[in-house]
Design a protein around this ligand. Sequence first.
Ligand SMILES: C[S@@+](CC[C@H](N)C(=O)[O-])C[C@H]1O[C@@H](n2cnc3c(N)ncnc32)[C@H](O)[C@@H]1O
Length: 378
Amino acid sequence: MRNTESKSMAKAKSAVAPEQIPTKTTKRKSAPTSTVGRGKAVVREQPLSAEHWDDGLTSITFGDSLEQYSQWESPTCIVSDGAYGVLGFEGDTSDHTGMPEWYEPHIAQWSERATPQTVLWFWNSEIGWASVHPVLEKYGWRYVNANIWDKGIGHIAGNVNTAKIRRFPVVSEVCVQYVFEARIDGKLLKHWLMDEWKRTGLPVKRANTACGVADAAVRKYLDQGHLWYWMPPEKFQMLVDYANEHGAPEGRPYFSANGKKPMTGDDWAKTRSAFNCPHGVTNVWQRPALRGEERIKTNGKTGKAVHLNQKPLDLMTRIIEASTEKGGVVWEPFGGLFTGSLAAKNLGFRSFAAEIDPTYFHYGLDRIIEADRQHRLL
Ligand SMILES: C[S@@+](CC[C@H](N)C(=O)[O-])C[C@H]1O[C@@H](n2cnc3c(N)ncnc32)[C@H](O)[C@@H]1O
């Protein structure tokens, strides 16, 4: 049992059950045809019972994530599900043109706290992502893969007049994987490796001997183009040992990040993020939009859906599980109902999240407390 239990149990007791909360509902004309919802179905007017929750595993805070990042542990996985440019929540931009500006202060702080082991999952519409991509690149995030959430034809059934919209109906969102580009001495790894090897004064071909390979060191590990291949840590160790033994004595140490001693294979292993692909999963995720029991409602199973952008727990679990290893830390800067934090909690990862809207925070807090209670019963 975690030592923070008494603190969290005390908080649990002070939390108010959602059924007891009077709510004001706002009317929407019709179901949105967009891939994300518009407007707010429910506005809660009472003060929050708590503005922060931390049970030692899951930390959630009411407020602007921009003011929280500096207090969070360094992330290995960031799940971003923020502005979509569709006025999907108060503070969302009205179209994609405002999105680079909206995201930039967040991205700047992510980059300050990220390490080469950090993966970013950027949820958005395709045009929203396209607009923000240059900002991500500018701050050191390297694109890996665009995953498509295909919600299927059921998502638009009966709602779309294609003659009027003059395009194919949209039933997708993207969840784009980025990694924080590793650099040593300000250089990309592939450039740093080659520069260090050249400093030894040894012929480039000798790197094959150093690594005990026929030609992979020259062809892949020291390639300066798209054929560059992140070398296995044991090969890195061999390369480093050889360079420091046979390289020009005056230039030693070679392959050192601090100028004092050479990096080890273990140090090298930390220059990239984790990724484990579950069997049979591709970059197209066919999964209907969220409905039914999983959706958080104002009044148990019968009320209004609290958050129109609530993400499916299984998809959040998939991305966090694929990119986070033991000891990993997950950030969810735009919490909503904290689906990412819940997924992290179920997987046993430390997580930090913020939500700026009191209604969403209230229901999200309740969700996390309930999950915590369930975990303790197990
Ligand atoms: C698309 S929703 C996230 C939904 C969430 N993934 C879920 O499954 O419930 C974005 C959320 O970010 C919140 N938000 C926007 N700007 C924020 C900020 N600067 N700090 C914290 N939360 C913010 C909004 O209020 C909104 O609830």
